[in-house]
Write a protein that binds this ligand. Sequence first.
Ligand SMILES: Cc1cc2nc3c(=O)[nH]c(=O)nc-3n(C[C@H](O)[C@H](O)[C@H](O)COP(=O)(O)OP(=O)(O)OC[C@H]3O[C@@H](n4cnc5c(N)ncnc54)[C@H](O)[C@@H]3O)c2cc1C
Length: 330
Amino acid sequence: MDDAREDSYDVVVVGGGAAGLAGALTLVRARRSVLVIDSGSPRNAPAAHMHGYLGLDGESPAALLARGRLEVEGYGGRIRSGTVVAADLLPGGGFLVRCGDGSTVRAGRLLVATGLVDELPPVPGLGARWGRDVLHCPYCHGWEVGDQPVAVLADGPLAVHQAQMWRHWSARTTLLAHTWPLTEEDREVAAALGIRVVEGEVTGLVVEDDRLTGVGMAGGAVVECRALVVAPRFTARSGVLTGLGLPMTDMVRDGHVIGRCVASDPETGATALPGVWVAGNVTAPLEKVAGAAAQGVRAAAALNADLIGAETRRAVAARRAGAAADTVRG
Ligand SMILES: Cc1cc2nc3c(=O)[nH]c(=O)nc-3n(C[C@H](O)[C@H](O)[C@H](O)COP(=O)(O)OP(=O)(O)OC[C@H]3O[C@@H](n4cnc5c(N)ncnc54)[C@H](O)[C@@H]3O)c2cc1C
């Protein structure tokens, strides 16, 4: 890339997780100038291993992203560490992207793949074990704790569903009633599946030799478990998008709000604002790494098609203007 284009790119990708890097790889291979700006906190960073990603099952999350960065850079893409704090729509089209360090960069199009924040239940000590033995997704971690004692914390409407799911991986699943009022139907489901229900509030975690061994209950009892399952509330990292006027919407599951994200076309990731695409957990909180990467690829292809469309319209207009000038001269 020549110096004249140093601070101006066809596309700036905000967020360099699986979605952003997969999108960037597609765009650099489509001969686009691309800058990825990434603040370095992918959602699964607390987990030592990434599971269910075909060809790289068990790889560390950091290793996948390191490979992805090298691949993007191998085609001339740029990757910068930093935080995008805002993006402004430019009068002549395109965007001015503002970073936390005060620097700015121009972008013809934006691909925003900033992921989400998992808001965890306020149980003391729980955050420190997140992604290790405080878990949420059986497809990510279920195999690793199969047949071991698993406890599901009921503090919201998904608890019974989660208990049913985890029961599939371990018959030693316990439902901790905690702060959620279980219905008679919930209790019937639990009884039918052999899920033990423990009443009372969870007050803390029991950790021995850096390993979860149980949860402490109000009153002093301890319930043995090797994994504690929780239902985080998903909140998209959407500051850049909301600043551009794209609001967050509720994500509803079985009639309950389980998080907030930014709406987009499910096929292309196009948002309501022309020139801005989204991919990954910022728009689809339930996507795993493979799904987030796939969304990045689809959004990048749609974005590139949009650029080709704009370039074609300009070429046709220029050709017509040239023909008109020839007519006048002739
Ligand atoms: C504990 C845990 C374990 C998991 N394990 C698995 C697993 O085994 N297998 C699996 O398939 N999925 C797993 N997942 C899900 C997985 O983390 C997500 O599917 C995936 O991270 C989504 O990718 P993404 O690119 O959308 O977002 P992220 O991976 O979160 O990447 C977003 C990136 O954007 C950056 N960013 C955010 N805001 C800004 C900004 N303003 N400026 C610049 N950069 C910014 C962040 O720093 C981050 O690097 C797990 C999730 C958790 C919480």
